[in-house]
Design a protein around this ligand. Structure first.
Ligand SMILES: N=C(N)NCCCC(=O)O
Ligand SMILES: [Zn+2]
Ligand SMILES: [Zn+2]
Length: 340
């Protein structure tokens, strides 16, 4: 079936929701075109259906499809940032990478090669789904082009542990490996949203040795979003920035569909607003991982993840020269008029 699309500035946008109901049709991310249907994509959304690195509940292999399904309600204009991402950039869905579920080394190699193809082409990559092990090959692919990158890591967990059952490549270990490989810039790395029990104090000592700053979930509550944003901006400066976001950074009330949930997390409002605060940073790529739909309810987790991706796209559309404050950010009462 042919479904007319929104087209602005010569960019092929989503299927027009005024003509085709949102729940109809095949589900690309935000009902955007497939990458084969555009001449060149500025931004590609790529699914990573793989969860062979998990330590607890499996299910993130189904995350990519779930996030796509939960993205049908996204609309073309983002008032919180005053930007129409699909009009500023050609965004397309590149489908899923076929990752070997039985061989971790091979899967990580495939993921890295697939990512490197987009990155070397100058296409910004946003990946959806999969477990957090995948951050390692994604960082490798970005570092290959940009050198060691700044990293904002949104997560309940540190993910700088060493090994599980002797295995080096797991969803609890990608950022220790990234540090060891020299692909992250230790002066520009920070965790956001950490909480929950650790194995011991050594976990924090190791983590600090790798250079990570830490904004815990409680810090977000105590400092408030604006101060957190100021701290993160200062930390990353204008370095090439990769954002890796484990959906379990959200409280299980906001994102139940994940494999290692930890109570006491961020609200989706806090998370989305912190991401918006990154406008004008040098974002080069981003992921959202650990969405495990078998544990989701009412699409809460899928919707949160889809909106995270939409904020990534908005940041990319605004570009690295966007002013820090911006027309909408921090002036929420003026956005819809009236209530100031
Ligand atoms: N990356 C995520 N979601 N979790 C890591 C938890 C590792 C553990 O079981 O200790
Ligand atoms: Zn986590
Ligand atoms: Zn994680």
């Amino acid at each position: 079936m042919d479904h007319p699309r929104v087209e602005t500035n010569g960019r092929i946008g989503p299927v027009n929701a005024a003509l085709t109901p949102r729940y109809a049709g095949l589900g690309t991310f935000a009902r955007l075109p497939r990458i084969e249907d555009v001449s060149k994509a500025d931004v590609a959304v790529v699914g990573m259906p793989w969860d062979s690195g998990v330590s607890y509940r499996p299910g993130a292999r189904f995350g990519a499809t779930h996030v796509r399904e939960s993205s049908r309600l996204l609309r073309p204009f983002n008032p919180a940032q005053s930007v129409s991402p699909f009009a500023e950039l050609q965004v397309a869905d590149a489908g899923d990478v076929a990752l070997n579920p039985f061989n971790i080394d091979e899967a990580l190699k495939t993921a890295e090669e697939a990512a490197a193809q987009f990155v070397s082409d100058g296409t910004s990559l946003i990946t959806i789904g999969g477990d957090h092990t995948l951050a390692l090959p994604l960082l490798r692919a970005h570092a290959k082009k940009h050198g060691p990158v700044a990293l904002l890591h949104f997560d309940a967990h540190l993910d700088t542990w060493d090994t599980y059952f002797g295995a080096e490549y797991t969803h609890g270990t990608p950022f220790r490996r990234a540090f060891e490989e020299g692909i992250i810039d230790s002066s520009g790395v920070c965790h956001v949203g950490t909480r929950g029990p650790l194995y011991g104090t050594q976990d924090l000592e190791d983590d600090a040795r790798f250079g990570f700053g830490v904004v815990t979930s409680n810090d977000v509550m105590r400092m408030g979003v604006d101060e957190v944003v100021g701290f993160l901006r200062e930390r990353v400066g204008d370095r090439p920035l990769y954002v890796s976001l484990d959906i379990d950074v959200l409280d299980p009330a906001h994102a139940p569909g994940t494999g290692t949930p930890e109570p006491g997390g961020l609200t989706s409002r806090e998370l989305l607003e912190i991401l918006r605060g990154l406008r004008g940073t040098n974002l080069i790529g981003a992921d959202v991982v650990e969405v495990a739909p078998p544990y989701d309810h009412a699409e809460l987790t899928g919707l949160a993840a889809a909106n995270v991706v939409y904020e990534y796209m908005s940041l990319l559309a605004l570009g690295k020269d966007a002013p820090a404050g911006g027309p909408a950010y921090g002036e929420s009462n003026t956005t819809y008029g009236e209530s100031k």
